[in-house]
Structures are given as structure tokens and as C-alpha cells.
Design a protein around this ligand. Structure first.
Ligand code: A2P
Length: 304
């Protein structure tokens, strides 16, 4: 698949990228990145909090494609939301990845944690009330510096984006959220697409927990097309105009995940109407104060 999505700054983002969350668990990440690039992957999704960017950087250094052909994404973690920490956080990402610039820098979550929180587990007292727009202003300045070609957000719901968009000097190019048939985000995707914010779906195969790969509708459509459920899930998203970042460390599955199939309008409708709802990632209910992040009927984002 060579589809690309045109971002609001006219840069093209390859529709299928390589996810790298949890990809270092088997110790083969550098090989995986090199294999993926060899197979044709040009979009690689990274994040500071995945704690594997040095290994990815080494592989990128050894890759034989020009930097200009790659689309490299990373994310500012929540302990770096203070405006004065944003630039240094990007410098650290570039150092780890051994790059001069990123194609896309995302704000990983719409809430901040205290600066000494460099890891996922936190308590409610670690929440820090840094306004989203303060962090965003600092990210806008990075575009002017030339160190990032585009900026965007991740895990942002519609009500946060509705408040944010009118205040932006540079609108987010991308919103990266969990998307698969059990969390299809019909309304959020429509809102983003109407507002020229591209959507990247993470955990498109259910992230190893949500059982979409074994869904009966998905399996039936895979059977009819002579492809795998993973190919159906990835093809469904690409056909909706989304980017997807399936993670795999298996060369055979990396290859398979790039091969989309042409789904019919009936297939698209059937997948879009699967009623099961389940997420892999949700800070609530572990942190009740964060219910607003994904449960929009609840209180809106407290600090924007
Ligand atoms: P592996 O790395 O062993 O291939 P997601 O991208 O939704 O986070 O899902 C990633 C999970 O799905 C990983 O456990 C990955 O395992 C597995 N996976 C990736 N590609 C495929 C595929 N084509 N078929 C089945 N499982 C896959």
C-alpha cells in the first residue's frame, strides 16, 4: 500500500506506518525497523515514553533510504508540558533518534503530569494544571524553528478540539487516537476530517488485548476476500481515510500488514456497524479524575 494522507501543511503522511509501542519487548526492535523499511514502510511512529527511541535511531542511521523519504513521528510526554520544557524535550527526541528534524511531533495526552514523572504509573497528585494551549504555543514555535515539519495531538476528544481549534495559530495536523471496530470513533473521525485534522488510528489490531482480530464479522469478510483479519482491519481504516500504525515484530506480519484489500461498500458498512465497544487504552477508571478524557458526556477538559 502506497496511499498517503495530505496534511493541512500539504505534507503527505504515508497511510500505513509502523507502531513501536511495546515493540522493544523482544529485543528485536532495531531489526524490525530495518526489515520494515526494507519492506516499504516509510512512516514510523515513536514516543518518548516508549523508551526505545535510541534503538530506533540506530536502525534509522543504518537504513538505506534517504531521510526525505521517511515520515518520522514522535510525542512529547506529559511531564514536558511546561512551555520551557517543550523545546528541550524535542531536542532529546532528536538526539535519541539521531535526526535533525521530525516530520510530526504530537502532544501525547491532553493533560500534564509533574516534571519528575517520566513514566506511566502516577497518582492523581501528579496531575499538573498546565493549560493545553500553553504547551501548544511552544509547539507552534518549534515549527518556525524547522525542527518539526508538522505538529499535532493524540488522545484528544472532540470537545477539547472544539475549544482548541479557534485558538491555534497552527491547527493540529493530526489527532492520533485508538481506532478499531470496537472503538470506531465515528463522530470524532468525522469532526476531525471536517476540520482538516488527519486521524491516525493506534492499536488498529486491538493492541494485543481487544479481540477485534477474532471478531466474527471481520473473520467472515477476511474469508470472503481470502485475506487475514488483520488485513481487513487495516484496509477498513485506510479506506476511511485514516492512517494506521499496526505494530509487529514479525517480518511475515509486517509484510502482510502493508497489503491492503479492496473492501466493498457492504463490507465497510458491516464493519462500521459492529456493536461491540472496548478500548485498550483508557486512563479512567484507574484515575477517576481523568474520566473527561474519553467519556465526553462527563465534565469537559479542565485546563485548556
Ligand atoms: P507481533 O508483534 O508478534 O506480530 P496493535 O498494532 O493493534 O497494537 O496490535 C499489535 C499486536 O498484534 C501485537 O501483539 C502483534 O504481534 C499482533 N499482530 C501484528 N500484526 C498482526 C497480524 N497481521 N496478524 C495477527 N496479529 C498481528
Amino acid at each position: 500500500n502506497t496511499d498517503t494522507i495530505k496534511l493541512n501543511n500539504d505534507v503527505r503522511m504515508p497511510a500505513i506506518g509502523l507502531g513501536t509501542w511495546r515493540a522493544n519487548e523482544t529485543g528485536v526492535l532495531a531489526e524490525t525497523v530495518k526489515t520494515a523499511i526494507g519492506l516499504g514502510y516509510r512512516h514510523i511512529d515513536c514516543a518518548t515514553i516508549y523508551k526505545n527511541q535510541r534503538e530506533i535511531g540506530k536502525a534509522l542511521k543504518e537504513a538505506t533510504v534517504p531521510r526525505s523519504e521517511l515520515f518520522i513521528v514522535s510525542k512529547i510526554f506529559q511531564n514536558n508540558h511546561l512551555p520551557e520544557r517543550v523545546g528541550p524535550a524535542l531536542d532529546e527526541i532528536l538526539d535519541e533518534l539521531q535526526l535533525d528534524y521530525l516530520d510530526l511531533l504530537l502532544m501525547h495526552w491532553p493533560y500534564a503530569l509533574s516534571p519528575d514523572m517520566g513514566h506511566m504509573g502516577f497518582s492523581t497528585s501528579d496531575l499538573d494544571p498546565v493549560p493545553i494551549m500553553d504547551t501548544w504555543r511552544a509547539m507552534e514555535i518549534l515549527v518556525e524553528s524547522g525542527k518539526v515539519r508538522a505538529i499535532g495531538v493524540s488522545n484528544f476528544n472532540k470537545s477539547i478540539l472544539q475549544k482548541m481549534l479557534p485558538q491555534c495559530l497552527i491547527a493540529p495536523a493530526v489527532n492520533q487516537v485508538e481506532v478499531h471496530p470496537y472503538n470506531p470513533e465515528h463522530e470524532l473521525v468525522a469532526f476531525c476530517q471536517e476540520n482538516n485534522v488527519a486521524v491516525t488510528g493506534y492499536c488498529p489490531l486491538g493492541g494485543g488485548r481487544v479481540s477485534v482480530l477474532r471478531d466474527a464479522t471481520v473473520e467472515a469478510i477476511a474469508g470472503a476476500h481470502g485475506c487475514t483479519p488483520a488485513q481487513v482491519l487495516i484496509s477498513w481504516q485506510v479506506a476511511r481515510g485514516l492512517a494506521v500504525i499496526p505494530k509487529s515484530t514479525s517480518p511475515a506480519r509486517l509484510e502482510q500488514n502493508l497489503r491492503t484489500v479492496a473492501l466493498s461498500p457492504d463490507d465497510m458498512r458491516a464493519i462500521g456497524q459492529i456493536p461491540t465497544r472496548e478500548r485498550k487504552v483508557d486512563p479512567y477508571p484507574e484515575y477517576p479524575a481523568l474520566k473527561w478524557v474519553f467519556h465526553e458526556s462527563e465534565a469537559e477538559c479542565p485546563v485548556i
